[in-house]
Design a protein around this ligand. Structure first.
Ligand SMILES: Cc1ncc(COP(=O)(O)O)c(C=O)c1O
Length: 435
């Protein structure tokens, strides 16, 4: 490598391992990355669950260039520009009925912390300032800011970073492999895990709880599906107690399950939704919190010259990100990509489950265009086997993601049957070669 690799401290990366043997991309187009050693690598993960339309999409790249020349930046506070208003309108059109407003951020982590703050401030504005507790879930991933890691439930993301937010509790996770292993789609068992919410609420007192936040389908912890009836039960319990329900749709938004959002896929509408990633096809950082009019309108009182919510970012609704967002949503629509995901989901499901019986495979899960293959961990060396699968797959021309000993797959929604076959042929060869 001509580059000196020392200065860059890489995020969520085994830095020393990487720098000894770097894996570099130099280009991307459609479903493929190109490596610095001139190989094509099939993108089995839509970048990091974000390039839902695939790579180098003309509408998006053109929109970014055009916007940069026309209006590169506009102050986000007390000033506006037309594209961000247009994008907010498009987003609430895509969202379930009853979700009417969008607040822009620059990432999933920022969307999560924004949603938690809005939830707490909403109750205060509504005369219930004592409702400050937040309830997340074990194995939940809500980004890496302090709010997100506090409600999140991935131990390594929490334990190095002090005492976190106080007043947070956690639901049990919904992973029940002894009953649900190799389920296609939503598992039968586990709805009762939602009832734990009643106990947590009873312990703290309902009138102290502001919000419950969950991923409708937990992605980063290894693709855990909600058991049948589970999300409905959470909705019922939160509504009964006047607690806001937040769906973290950073991965599940924008067609991943074949619907606009997971909320529509499962037929459960939360009070707030967090988004990012697929909003701009991952090309420019942007996130958004979507919320109901019920929440928004509580803030719209008092003298009109006063700021209603003391929150926002320098780059909230940045013009270039907004242009990228609009072009992304247009690309999804023009090419029918969410429909493609829905149409291919049963082909994908069969391909996923064709891996059953290969060495070390102890569970397979799938839904829409997402899936996970769980491997038996090596004795005394957890995560090593899946990491080896990641390295071998890369060498054989396939990008996968791993978390613990779980391989996660989430290809761009433009994938076709032939590319699905290619993906699973490579993965099956990788699995067969593992120690
Ligand atoms: C459900 C969920 N929430 C939040 C985030 C954080 O997003 P970001 O990395 O853009 O901050 C992620 C990222 O994977 C996610 O999966």
């Amino acid at each position: 490598m001509e580059n000196d690799l020392r200065a860059f401290w890489m995020p969520f990366t085994a830095n020393r391992q990487f720098k000894k043997n770097p894996r570099m991309f130099v280009a991307a187009d459609g479903m493929y990355y190109q490596t610095s050693d001139g190989r094509q690598v099939l993108d089995g993960t839509a970048g990091m669950w974000c390039c839902n339309a695939g790579h180098n999409r003309p509408k998006i790249t053109e929109a970014i260039g055009k916007q940069a020349k026309e209006l590169d930046y506009a102050p986000a506070f007390q000033m506006g520009h037309s594209k961000v208003f247009e994008l907010a309108n498009r987003l609430v059109e895509l969202a379930p009925e009853g979700i009417d407003h969008a607040f822009f951020t620059n990432s999933g982590s920022e969307s999560v912390d924004t949603a938690l703050k809005i939830a707490i401030a909403y109750h205060r504005a509504n005369g219930e300032g004592q409702r400050t507790r937040l309830i997340g879930r074990e194995r939940g991933y809500h980004g890496v800011n302090f709010g997100g890691i506090s409600v999140g439930g991935i131990v390594n993301n929490r334990r190095f970073f002090g005492s976190l937010l106080n007043g947070v509790d956690h639901l049990p996770d919904t992973h029940i492999p002894e009953k649900n292993a190799f389920t296609r789609g939503q598992p039968e068992f586990g709805v009762e895990r939602a009832d734990a919410l009643e106990k947590i609420i009873a312990l703290h007192g309902a009138d102290t709880v502001a919000a419950v936040i969950v991923e409708p389908m937990a992605g980063s912890t290894g693709v855990l599906m909600p058991p049948k009836g589970y999300l409905e039960r959470l909705r019922e319990i939160t509504r009964k107690h006047g607690i806001l329900l937040i769906f973290d749709e950073v991965i599940t938004g924008f067609g991943r399950l074949g619907s606009n959002f997971a909320a529509q896929h499962f037929g459960v509408t939360p009070d707030l939704m967090t988004t990012a990633k697929g909003l701009t096809n991952g090309v420019i950082p942007m996130g958004a919190v979507l919320c109901s009019a019920k929440i928004h309108d509580v803030f719209m009182t008092g003298p009109e010259h006063l700021i209603e919510l003391f929150h926002g970012y320098t780059y909230s609704g940045n013009p270039i990100a907004s242009a990228a967002g609009l072009a992304t949503l247009e690309t999804y629509q023009d090419e029918g990509l969410f429909e493609n995901a829905a149409n291919l989901s049963s082909y994908w499901e069969d391909a996923m489950h064709s891996l059953r019986g290969l060495p070390h495979v102890i569970d397979i899960r799938n839904m829409g265009l997402i899936g996970a293959v769980e491997l038996e961990p090596m004795a005394d060396e957890p995560t090593k086997r899946a990491f080896q699968a990641f390295l071998d797959a890369y060498d054989q021309g396939l990008l996968i993601r791993t978390t613990g000993d779980i391989i996660a797959l989430s290809p761009p929604l433009m994938i076709n049957k032939q590319q699905i076959d290619e993906l699973f042929e490579t993965l099956s060869s990788v699995l067969k070669g593992l120690q």
